[in-house]
Design a protein around this ligand. Structure first.
Ligand code: CUA
Length: 160
């Protein structure tokens, strides 16, 4: 079979970019442990506040450096378990985040990190994030959810 040299270059370029893409995805998934947000757990959106998993909101220590962070979103508020809306997390902590919404869709985002997931009624969204740098982060809503959308915020303080 006779192939034009440009055709060969183009095939090489195509296979090369595919290979680079697979390496990037493979390294970030298997070596750096990056996983997409997960939302296979379902619950009754009408009674979220009565649900066992959402009785204790906020940060909870599970092990040496393992924490869970449970947050309930509603229009137009993030309930993090305290009226000050401040969550203190030790630097380097590995945090499993569990969140859901009692009403409409909200966009859970901790600005400046890749902890970013959509909260849908009836689903518990889960993500994992390690806070490597100390400082103050803002938990905000990045999905327009109504007139008070801009009011949805909480503060995450990563302390030494
Ligand atoms: Cu909640 Cu925008």
């Amino acid at each position: 079979m006779n192939m034009h040299k440009y055709e060969k270059w183009w095939m090489l370029f195509g296979s090369g970019t595919l290979l680079i893409f697979l390496i990037v995805v493979g390294v970030s998934a298997f070596y750096m442990g990056s996983t997409p947000p997960y939302c296979a757990t379902t619950l009754d959106p009408e009674n979220v506040r009565e649900h066992d998993s959402f009785q204790e909101l906020g940060l909870k220590q599970l092990d040496d450096n393992e924490y869970s962070l449970t947050i309930l979103a509603s229009a137009f508020d993030y309930d993090v378990g305290n009226p000050e809306k401040v969550i203190e997390i030790p630097k380097g902590a590995s945090v499993s985040i569990y969140a859901t919404t009692t009403d409409v869709i909200h966009g859970f985002e901790i600005a400046g990190t890749n902890a970013n997931m959509m909260l849908e009624p009836g689903y518990v969204s889960t993500n994992r994030y390690t806070f490597k740098n100390a400082g103050e982060y803002t938990l905000l809503c990045n999905e327009y959810c109504g007139v008070g959308h801009h009011l949805m915020a909480a503060t995450i303080k990563v302390v030494e």
